[in-house]
Write a protein that binds this ligand. Sequence first.
Ligand code: GAL
Length: 414
Amino acid sequence: MKHTAFAAISAIALTAAGVAVAEPQAEVLHWWTSGGEAKSVAVLQKEFADNGGTWTDMPVAGGGGDAAMTALRARVLSGNAPTAVQLKGPAIQEWYEEGVLADISSVAEAEGWADVLPEQIAEHMKCEGAWCAAPVNVHRVDWIWANKDVLEANGIEMPTTWDEFNAAAEKLQAAGIIPLAHGGQAWQDATVFETVVLGLGGPEFFQQALVDLDPEALTSDTMVAVFDQMRTLRGYVDDNFSGRDWNLATAMVMNGEAAFQIMGDWAKGEFLAAGKVPGEDFLCGSTPGEGFLYNVDSFAMFDVKGDDKKAGQDLLAELIVGPSFQEVFNLNKGSIPVRTDVALDKFDDCAHLSSEDMTASAEGGALLPSYAHGMALRGAQAGAITDVVTAHFNSDMSSADAVQMLADGVANSM
Ligand code: GAL
């Protein structure tokens, strides 16, 4: 049989030695569609193609991935799962329990992932002892981004306490500047909320409230104070915030319409994609308080038929955790490499701060999973919390009512 005819029938190629090998194929479901995100995912597409793979892109727009997860459910229910899916946190284990994820342990073992990944993060990638996802990066959620010129023109320093933040916001508002660029979408409300929980309550309180779901913490005075601060922040956003995409909020900080944005460091990817320079055009600082909220992007491989698809999954997994991808991708994405052996020489000060704070937080027990980005809780519990946070932010609900709703909602979701 001629090589060309053979390949056409089965997408199988022959190596020089005449051994049949499958040509790697992957249909990849992800939600990386903003400027910085698209630039980052292009790095993976290129590496995949350079290594002989054929990539079928399945982008589903919508920050935070809610729309992507809805699309995934529909595909899996119709018995036609994508080859590889951007999936993270406990959702990985939830899908594994459905019996639809592939085991990628052979790649993980061949590539020595256990030796180069922090243990706490490696745990998220395992399902009943097997490797079931490949980690891409470490995003930090608890960041404030600021327009440097706007702060300087108004004599404002990067705030280090929430009181300082509020004072700065009042001053900016009086000067006619929108203090806080925000997009009124549930996941963005949740993002701001969790940074306030960490900041006002501290790492131990965050763990009790948003990881362990301790009813006492959920109804505590501290949680009342958190909702009070959310109400205060609501006063610092503009009238058009409803439904705004996160990257448009970032653009408001870039162009000086707004001073601050509270958002994970994918926002830095946006600044960088627009040619902005950290320390010159924009500033980064952790949100007030101790600790580090991590959000690790990862890809899980779904159980699909066909040697070409399986080869695609193996190749993708290998590339994703590979050192060269880890460097180039994360330089674009705003995150830091998940591998501990990638040098940060080419990374900016924000990335260095992230890396240093991550190490220090891990030592002090303050390295915590982001609830807003699906790292801490299963979907039902996280959803119950977000419903209350959003309902409170978009109404005049009192903080006392909010904590009660929070405890009830969480209890009903168990
Ligand atoms: C996060 C995701 C990031 C970023 C962001 C906005 O959940 O982990 O990679 O893209 O959503 O879409």
